[in-house]
Design a protein around this ligand. Structure first.
Ligand code: PCA
Length: 328
């Protein structure tokens, strides 16, 4: 089915099911577009969340997960939930950086590079994140992290000079800025096109998780993996506030509990896969190395620049989040 037709059919089905009384209650269906494919832990977490809601609500609310941009493409998911084309959705937070600087914080390099720090940064930024979403009539349900972002290249990278002039994949406004500061040219490529972009030389390098390498079998198209652990970005799942408010209190509570469980599950998986997937890359023949002292120093200096730029852009509320983080 063409995606527009499929979309229309689903929306019609949603409307019809609202009015269909089965037993003593009206059954509701929510459509949940997600950006990444079934092989990623993010989609597994989303499916677990949806199953828990369907089960614990006794079928009162069914959430249909449409993974890999199959119902709505990643760049459109945020707006689709805002405009109630769908009731709930998942996005990579950093993509929304141009809407509100709080979304950019999710991709700032060398601020929170291990999972303990990333959890603190999340706790420190959560009120501001929820507030930013509330302004758009959205309610934050859960976040789920990716393993730390490492460097993929076709040669050993001992210093930034080794990357000079290369085309670097970017996936958010912040990573485009990072590519600039690294002396590379940013090229925006969605996850689904990464393998092809490497084989057609549209890009020469990227910074992403070992999981994304494993999910796209990166050993087929790239040789080196440098564990720079630059930041730990997150996906978030949010619902349209009006649609949420329409549910009865019990169903709302089922969603909130399932969301808290999904968040726990996602964070545990992120931690676990960081190790497992790095091993998988090595097992499949990629050269996995720790960054040299020089590369590390150069990258940290870029991190300092970007933290400074973010604080300038985010103003007093950004400073408050930053101070909260430092205090934790
Ligand atoms: N994988 C996703 C986002 C962050 C990550 O580790 C991607 O590369 O698109």
């Amino acid at each position: 089915m063409k995606s527009v037709t499929k979309k229309a059919a689903l929306m019609l089905a949603s409307v019809l099911s609202l009015g269909t009384a089965t037993g003593s209650y009206a059954e509701t269906r929510w459509e949940m577009p997600t950006p990444y494919g079934d092989g990623t832990h993010q989609t597994q977490v989303a499916r677990g969340f949806a199953e828990e809601v369907s089960e614990k609500s006794g079928g009162k609310l069914t959430i249909n997960v449409h993974s890999g941009g199959s119902l709505i493409k990643h760049p459109e998911i945020h707006r689709a939930v805002k405009t109630r084309q769908v009731q709930i959705g998942e996005v990579f937070i950093g993509r929304l950086g141009n809407i509100n600087p709080i979304y950019k914080l999710d991709n700032i390099p060398f601020l929170a590079t291990d999972f303990d720090s990333a959890e603190k940064l999340y706790q420190a930024s959560k009120p501001a994140l929820s507030k930013a979403l509330a302004k758009e009539n959205l309610i934050l349900l859960y976040t789920s992290p990716w393993p730390a972002q490492d460097l993929y290249s076709n040669k050993a990278v001992n210093s930034l000079a080794d990357l000079s002039g290369l085309k670097m994949r970017s996936y958010s406004p912040t990573t485009s800025r990072l590519a600039d500061l690294m002396g590379t040219t940013p090229v925006n490529i969605p996850f689904s096109d990464v393998a092809q972009a490497f084989t057609t030389n549209a890009i020469d390098a990227m910074v992403t998780s070992p999981s994304t390498g494993v999910n796209s079998q990166s050993w087929d198209y790239i040789s080196n993996f440098t564990t720079i652990h630059a930041w730990i970005p997150k996906n978030m799942v949010f619902a349209n506030k009006k649609m949420f408010d329409r549910l009865d209190a019990d169903t709302q509570q089922v969603i909130l509990t399932a969301a808290a469980n999904a968040e726990k599950n996602g964070w545990a998986l992120g931690r676990k896969l960081a190790v497992e997937h790095t091993d998988t890359l090595a097992d499949n023949g990629m050269t996995v190395t720790a960054p040299s002292a020089q590369l590390e120093t150069e990258l940290r200096a870029i991190g300092d620049t970007m933290i400074g730029e973010w604080l300038d852009e985010a103003g007093a509320s950004g400073q408050a989040v930053f101070d909260n983080y430092k205090a934790l």
